[in-house]
Write a protein that binds this ligand. Sequence first.
Ligand SMILES: NC(=O)c1ccc[n+]([C@@H]2O[C@H](COP(=O)([O-])OP(=O)(O)OC[C@H]3O[C@@H](n4cnc5c(N)ncnc54)[C@H](OP(=O)(O)O)[C@@H]3O)[C@@H](O)[C@H]2O)c1
Length: 252
Amino acid sequence: MMAFETNKLAWITGGGSGIGKALATALADLGWHVIISGRTAPKLQALSDNYPLIDYLTLDVTDKDANIGVFDSILTQWGCPSLVVLNAGAYTPMPADHLDLDLIYKLNSVNYLGVMNGLASVLPAMKAQRKGQILLMSSVAGYRGLPDAAPYGATKAALINFAEALHMPLKKEGVLLRVVNPGFVTTELTAQNDFKMPAQISAEQAAEKIIDGLDNDSFEITFPKRFTYILKLLRCLPYSWYFYLITKLTGK
Ligand SMILES: NC(=O)c1ccc[n+]([C@@H]2O[C@H](COP(=O)([O-])OP(=O)(O)OC[C@H]3O[C@@H](n4cnc5c(N)ncnc54)[C@H](OP(=O)(O)O)[C@@H]3O)[C@@H](O)[C@H]2O)c1
């Protein structure tokens, strides 16, 4: 089923809720042993109690040393996962009339630097065994700047850019670095949106799409395509056209 060699051992950060939780349970249903991480132990514990194939290790991804500690613990107890999903993330909209520096720092430390911490802890072992797949959970919000999502979108754009830069060099070392760019998925994260989210899908549908995507070694897994391909088209437009259209579409 998978294009890459797998030992059916996965590590998912932010695995206690939303997309991470749906992915962890879907993989466990397929016989994977999944280690989930997050800050809130009771959420992780509840999931682990219900799924014998799910274990958990608490982790704040913003803590560089803790990332290394958790991954070392995974290596010692279970070995090197063939799939790592650096999924933990946070989102708060920022109205364009107020530059919220604290929010910018927070989203950078979780969504961008938190993913870098995870990546740095995982890469040495994956490179040593010359195999493994790492998914960075980005977003279509990283394709182009969106009003009210500037700090969030910038972190996701950074992940895409970073992964683009390292995709080919790491492939030569046997490690597949990819991005996942979902559209709108129903989770706690999007519950705070006060607008109608087009083409919204459930976390379970998102997990299914991610698992389907494991079947190939393309750079990007994106869904639902009926929505994300429109955003891809917007990405190709010249700035003047893009700004005209995005103002029309969002009224901002
Ligand atoms: N929902 C969407 O429409 C959508 C679209 C595109 C991309 N995404 C991305 O998908 C990922 C998952 O989001 P979601 O929608 O499933 O939202 P969610 O249910 O809020 O999940 C986010 C997870 O990240 C964990 N987390 C947050 N800060 C953390 C930290 N400092 N250290 C460790 N874990 C942390 C949370 O657990 P704790 O609070 O317990 O730590 C939570 O389990 C995010 O990266 C998000 O940006 C979501």
